[in-house]
Design a protein around this ligand. Structure first.
Ligand code: HEC
Length: 117
């Protein structure tokens, strides 16, 4: 009986590992990522980063590719529109009122770790 329980426990642990980093670990990873471009980095530091590196905000974390996939599946036009208008807990323009579409797209690519087209 004990053996079955410990086997079950082990398989739960293993399947948890297969799901990638824990939320705490993912949050730590997201906080180490910065855009290469200095201008983009400046925008990122004062806006997106404040929410997209904290699980408590409910925002998909920077670098959390699995969290971003369902967002990217909506299509770029919808994503951009949602950032501009605000979406759920995200204020309009993700708090970067002076950002243009090109910059917002580049920030989305960076956070979703989506190779730039
Ligand atoms: C004040 C917090 C906050 C800031 C600042 C912020 N976001 Fe968000 N963002 C969120 C939250 C929360 C969500 C998830 C909303 C939901 O799914 O209900 C989100 C979701 C998104 C999404 C997915 C939208 C969708 O349709 O699924 C994109 C794209 C996005 N943010 C881009 C950005 C960009 C780019 C910036 C910086 C310019 C930014 N965000 C700044 C909180 C923020």
């Amino acid at each position: 009986m004990f053996r079955i329980v410990s086997l079950l426990f082990l398989s739960v642990l293993l399947s948890a590992c297969e799901q990638g980093p824990s939320p705490e670990e993912m949050m730590r990873i997201s906080q180490t990522l910065v855009p290469d471009d200095p201008q983009l980095n400046e925008i990122y530091q004062r806006s997106c980063k404040n929410c997209h590196t904290l699980t408590s905000t409910g925002a998909p974390l920077t670098g959390d590719i699995s969290a971003w996939q369902s967002r990217l599946d909506k299509g770029r036009d919808t994503l951009l529109e949602n950032v501009v208008n605000g979406f759920g807990g995200m204020p309009p323009f993700g708090l970067c009122m002076d950002c243009n579409a090109e910059q917002l797209n580049a920030l989305i690519d960076f956070m979703a770790q989506n190779p730039q087209q």
